[in-house]
Write a new protein. Structure first.
Length: 261
């Protein structure tokens, strides 16, 4: 009968995307719960000298089609729980159900905190004109054990269907334009829709606030005009920030929709 291979019987963290213990037929995800939404492959290592958890998002397989063309435009967001303030995001891959990401990110975390931390991966379908669809999620614990496997050993996990990360508060539609020669970042706030009613009238008085952020600090902020008694305001207003070309990769934007009172 040959020799028993112990690696085939490890529960679900093998390097096989669909073999024994994987997400294929008879593997995890077949125990009566909802079927998985594909598979995600990552690899970890821990840099002891700098106390960095290095996360390499490798690829995904068998994602569901979210678009009418029979494909999706997937990307992955990653958090190191319980902290949700710092997150990373892969590039969007167009028209594919089997994207190869091969992107590396790092989180600063002391060695002693690793047992209490978990990695949260959210797989999304990008949509240019509406809210992005959450395809599913993966939560990875036992991070030290996973990191000791080495960066060349892929870890496969089922992507489980997401139930939505937050309550539906509506949508905001905006565009970005950056002119390197002028060092000018323009945020054009177009409209918002299906906002929550915050006033007794059943409406709100919404405006949009854009904040230019760096290292958790707000550098500058700009606001649109206030639109009275509406849940579907139309703005078409440009908010302009001066951002030198050498700084554009180290800043971020926070977009907030606020009810004026």
């Amino acid at each position: 009968l040959g020799q028993i291979q112990p690696e085939l019987y490890r529960p679900g963290d093998d390097g096989d995307p669909g073999g024994v213990g994987g997400g294929g037929p008879g593997g995890r995800g077949g125990g009566g719960g909802p079927p998985p939404c594909g598979r995600l492959s990552v690899a970890l290592r821990y840099a002891y000298g700098t106390q960095q958890l290095v996360v390499r998002i490798l690829r995904a397989l068998d994602l569901p089609a979210k678009d009418s063309n029979g494909f999706s435009d997937p990307y992955v967001k990653i958090y190191l729980l319980p902290d949700r303030k710092k997150k990373f995001q892969t590039k969007v891959h167009r028209k594919t159900l089997n994207p190869v990401f091969d992107e590396t990110f790092s989180f600063g975390v002391p060695f002693g905190e690793l047992p209490a931390r978990r990695l949260h991966f959210s797989v999304y379908d990008f949509d240019r004109f509406s809210r992005h669809d959450l395809i599913g999620q993966v939560v990875l614990d036992n991070l030290l054990e996973a990191a000791e496997r080495g960066p060349d050993v892929p870890i496969w996990r089922d992507i489980m269907e997401g139930s939505g990360e937050k309550a539906d508060l509506g949508e905001v539609n905006f565009s970005l334009c950056y002119l390197p020669t002028a060092g000018r970042l323009t945020v054009t706030v177009i409209r918002a829709s299906n906002l929550r009613a915050m006033d007794l009238t059943g409406f709100s008085d919404p405006y949009v606030k854009a904040s230019l952020m760096a290292e958790g600090r707000r550098l500058k902020k700009r606001k649109t005009s206030i639109k009275k008694n509406t849940l579907n305001p139309s703005y078409n207003e440009a908010l302009v920030f001066d951002v030198p070309h050498e700084s554009v990769h180290s800043v971020s934007l926070t977009i907030a929709v606020v009810d004026y009172d």
